[in-house]
Design a protein around this ligand. Structure first.
Ligand SMILES: [Zn+2]
Length: 320
């Protein structure tokens, strides 16, 4: 009998990555395609399906999981994705299913990340946790009783667009003060740029605003730049405070932080945990861990999408 694998596909605004993954989370083969160069969703589906077929020889591929922005698990469609060039509603799961002739499920990238954490990462023995991804924006996946919470329309878990500071920074969603305008790679850059404009003295002031990346802020903080350190402090304070509120909804065992900013170690974890504990309702205090993700950054997007389909296939088996 040939080895059983699934395909994990992550659709991104710039690149789409995909691979074959076994039940233990080993990525057997992987590839990538520049999403933006393909004019239509059809051509992307075709290219990726063909590449996966090429990897599949000698294996049994049981299904495919897809992580994508603005993706709806319920209907398998991407809906009005802001950073993809395809407009409107794209029934991506059905398109892949037709091409690959295997079960296909779709969810947004943060939900896929949460499932990756549960199946392959640090949440292996947990049933209730929150997964936060800190990239260009802030994505989140909420798991309750071993299942991702989708909500009635499929879009539950947008902690990045809960209000952190009423009337605060303008957000891409059209509202003001959203968490992700402060807590994300973009958010910490905005913080530093605002502070430089306000006249704070920092070694970062010598760079043009557009060249100040989260990584550069991190490096300057390590070099002892006080303002860079304060920017992490400020970011962690806001994150900790909002996470303390989100605990009230689902009482998670842990909250996992994934992505660029989460790699800043104590610089981000210390203020986050401090302000998290300080703002928690007393009955939750000392009971909720804030942890770094156990997913390896390299293959995390593929693993998340693969976890989605492994989880789906196992649920379907239990039902039958
Ligand atoms: Zn927003």
């Amino acid at each position: 009998m040939s080895k059983q694998l699934v395909a994990g596909i992550d659709i991104g605004g710039t690149n789409s990555v995909f691979g074959l993954v076994d039940r233990k989370g080993n990525c057997i083969a992987k590839g990538s395609i520049p999403t933006a160069q393909l004019k239509t969703a059809e051509s992307l589906v075709k290219e990726i399906s063909r590449a996966i077929k090429g990897f599949s020889e000698g294996y049994e591929v049981l299904g495919a999981g897809i992580g994508a922005p603005s993706a709806n698990y319920h209907n398998g469609s991407i809906e009005h994705a802001a950073n993809l060039q395809w407009k409107g509603i794209v029934p991506l799961a059905r398109m892949f299913q037709r091409m690959m002739k295997i079960p296909v499920v779709l969810t947004n990238d943060a939900n896929a990340g949460a499932l990756g954490e549960m199946i392959f990462g640090g949440a292996k023995n947990m049933k209730d946790f929150i997964f936060i991804t800190l990239g260009t924006g802030l994505g989140s996946g909420i798991v309750v009783d071993g299942r991702v919470v989708y909500g009635h329309d499929g879009f539950a878990g947008e902690i990045g667009h809960t209000c952190a500071i009423p009337g605060g920074r303008a957000c891409g969603c059209g509202r003001k003060g959203c968490l992700e305008t402060y807590v994300s790679a973009t958010g910490i850059k905005r913080t530093i740029n605002e502070w430089i404009e306000a006249g704070k003295t920092t070694s970062l002031a010598k760079f043009p605003a557009k060249d100040i990346s989260a990584e550069r802020i991190y490096n300057e903080a390590l070099n002892g730049d006080q303002v860079a350190r304060e920017a992490f402090e400020f970011t962690g304070e806001i994150l900790g405070r909002v996470l303390a509120d989100s605990v009230a909804y689902t009482s998670p065992e842990a909250i996992f932080l994934f992505g660029g900013l989460a790699n800043a170690g104590d610089l981000i974890f210390k203020p986050t945990i401090e302000h998290f504990e300080a703002n928690l309702l007393r009955l939750y205090q000392g009971k909720v861990k804030i942890l770094q993700s156990g997913l390896f950054e390299n293959n995390a997007a593929i693993l998340g999408a693969a976890a989605l389909i492994w989880d789906e296939l196992e649920k379907r088996k239990q039902h039958n």
